[in-house]
Design a protein around this ligand. Structure first.
Ligand SMILES: *Cc1c(COP(=O)(O)O)cnc(C)c1O
Length: 449
C-alpha cells in the first residue's frame, strides 16, 4: 500500500476508463439483488491477503455496480433521482484524488472560496442580503436539522423561561423535519395546509394561536416547504414568511428538491417570499445536476449559526484565529468533504445560463407528461404539476396492481417508478429532474399503463 506500483498504473487506467465510460454512455438501469445472492457470486471480498485491485475493481464493475439502480437513468423517475452533469461528475474524480479538507479556511481556503461562490449564486437567486452564507452539508436532513438547531438557540435567547419547544410545518412537510424534531427532542405542530395543498399564512396564524393557547410548548420556527417531495407543491412563502416574522419566529424554507427551480425564470415567481427566510436549504444532488451528496444550507445571518455550531477545543484554536470562514461553523459537522466543489465546477464551466436552460427543459417535459396523462384513457392526473413532479392514478387499480406494475417495469429494465400514496390512496409519480429524460421516455412508460 501507499506506493504507486506498475500494477497500480494499470489499475488506474482501468478505473479511469470505467469512469469515463459511465460518464459517456447511458447507464443501464440495473436493480437490487439479495445479500445471499450477491454473496453466492462474490463471496467474502475482504481477506487477510487481499484480492488485488484489478480483481476488486472487476467485482465492483461486473457484479456490485450492477446491483445498484442508476439514479441518473433517464427513466428513473423514482423518489427524487439525480442527474449530475458531466462536468460535475468529472470534477468529483478530481476532488476524490485531492485529499481536500473542507472543514476550515486554514486547510481548504481555495476550495471553500469556490464553494462559497456557488452558495452565493443560490443566495442571490433567493434575494438574500450580501451577509448571507452557509455550508454544503451532507444532505437535506442534516441541513434542516442544523438550521433548526440555530433557530431554537435564537428562541432561547428571546424566551429564556420556555422549557418545551416545537417546530411548526405543513402536514405535507418532508419526513426529515419530524426527524429533526425527534433528534432535538422538541414537539412538532403539523398544520393542515389549505385545500390546494399549500400552507399559507392563514393556517399558520390560526394554528399558532391555538397551539400557544394550549401552552404545552412554544413554537420556535416555522418551516415552509418550497416544493414538496411527493407532489412538488410550493407553500405560499410570502404569507407564511410574513406571519412567521410578525411573531419574531425563525422562518426556514425546506427547498431540498424545489428551490433548484429558482434558476428557471419561468418558475421564479412561484418562490416569491423566499427573500424573507432566516435559513434555507436546497440539495444540488437532486435537481441542480451535482453528484451525491450536497445540501446547500444558507443563513440570512451566518453569525447566529456560528454561535451554535462552532466546535471549540485547544487543538482547534488555530482554526479560529483571524476570524476566517470555517464551513464547520455552520452545520453539524467538523471534518467535511468539499462536497460543493463538483457543483461549483459545473457552474463555473457551463455558466448559470446553462442551468436555467436545463431547468426549463425538465419543467417543460413535466408539462408534456402531464398533458399525455390527461389524454390517457386510463390515467387521471392528480393535479397540474407546479414544478416537475407529475402525480397520477390508474383507474381501477389497487395497491397490489401498482406494485406489480412497478416491479415489472424495473424487471423489464424500462423504468424505475415505485408507487407512492396521497391521502391514503396509492398514486404514481414521475419526478423529472433529468435533462436526458425525453418525451419518448415518458411515452415508453405510459405505454405500459
Ligand atoms: C429530499 C428531501 C429532504 C431530505 O434531503 P436528503 O438530502 O435526502 O437528506 C428534505 N426535504 C425535502 C423537501 C426533500 O425533498
Amino acid at each position: 500500500m501507499h506506493e504507486f506500483t506498475s500494477e497500480l498504473e494499470i489499475l488506474a487506467g482501468k478505473a479511469l476508463a470505467y469512469s469515463l465510460e459511465r460518464l459517456k454512455d447511458d447507464p443501464p438501469l440495473d436493480g437490487p439483488r439479495s445479500a445471499q445472492d450477491l454473496f453466492a457470486e462474490v463471496g467474502q471480498t475482504i481477506t487477510a491477503q487481499g484480492m488485488g485491485g484489478i480483481e476488486a475493481l472487476a467485482v465492483f464493475t461486473d457484479v456490485l455496480a450492477r446491483a445498484c439502480i442508476s439514479t441518473d437513468h433517464p427513466r428513473n423517475l423514482a423518489y427524487i433521482p439525480s442527474a449530475p452533469s458531466e462536468h460535475a461528475n468529472l470534477f468529483d474524480l478530481v476532488v476524490g484524488a485531492s485529499a481536500l479538507y473542507g472543514g476550515s479556511w486554514q486547510e481548504g481556503a481555495g476550495a471553500v472560496f469556490a464553494e462559497n461562490q456557488a452558495l452565493r449564486w443560490i443566495a442571490d437567486l433567493a434575494g438574500l442580503p450580501s451577509s448571507a452564507g452557509g455550508v454544503f452539508a451532507q444532505g437535506g436532513t442534516v441541513g434542516n436539522l442544523s438550521a433548526l438547531v440555530v433557530a431554537r438557540a435564537q428562541a432561547r435567547k428571546r424566551w429564556p423561561d420556555t422549557t418545551r419547544w416545537a417546530i411548526a410545518c405543513s402536514a405535507e412537510a418532508h419526513s426529515s423535519i419530524a426527524s429533526a424534531a425527534q433528534v432535538m427532542d422538541v414537539d412538532l405542530l403539523l398544520i393542515q395546509p389549505s385545500s390546494d395543498g399549500k400552507l399559507t399564512g392563514v393556517e399558520v396564524a390560526r394554528d399558532l394561536v391555538e397551539f400557544h393557547k394550549k401552552g404545552s410548548a412554544r413554537v420556535f420556527a416555522v418551516v415552509a416547504t418550497a416544493g414538496t417531495t411527493n407532489l412538488g407543491i410550493i407553500d405560499d412563502l410570502k404569507s407564511v414568511g410574513t406571519e412567521t416574522k410578525k411573531r419574531d419566529l425563525w422562518f426556514h424554507a425546506d427547498g431540498a428538491y424545489g428551490l433548484a427551480a429558482l434558476c428557471a425564470p419561468s418558475a421564479r415567481p412561484k418562490f416569491d417570499g423566499i427573500e424573507l427566510v432566516d435559513s434555507l436549504i436546497v440539495d444540488p444532488h437532486k435537481w441542480l445536476f451535482a453528484p451525491f451528496d450536497a445540501c446547500a444550507l444558507i443563513y440570512r445571518n451566518p453569525e447566529l449559526a456560528k454561535e451554535v455550531h462552532s466546535q471549540n477545543a485547544s487543538y482547534l484554536d488555530a482554526l479560529h484565529e483571524g476570524g476566517s470562514w470555517n464551513p464547520s461553523d455552520y452545520a453539524i459537522n467538523l471534518t467535511r468533504r468539499t462536497r460543493g466543489l463538483p457543483f461549483w465546477f459545473s457552474l463555473a464551466a457551463n455558466g448559470t445560463d446553462a442551468y436555467a436552460t436545463a431547468m426549463e427543459k425538465t419543467l417543460e417535459i413535466a408539462q408534456v407528461a402531464a398533458e399525455k396523462i390527461r389524454q390517457h384513457p386510463r390515467l387521471e392526473l392528480l393535479r397540474d404539476p407546479e414544478l416537475s413532479v407529475v402525480a397520477f392514478t390508474r383507474t381501477g387499480w389497487q395497491k397490489s396492481d401498482y406494485k406489480k406494475w412497478s416491479d415489472d417495469l424495473l424487471a423489464d429494465q424500462i423504468g424505475f417508478i415505485p408507487a407512492s400514496s396521497h391521502q391514503g390512496q396509492p398514486i404514481l409519480r414521475f419526478a423529472i429532474v433529468n435533462p436526458w429524460t425525453k418525451v419518448s421516455d415518458i411515452e415508453q412508460i405510459l405505454a405500459t399503463l
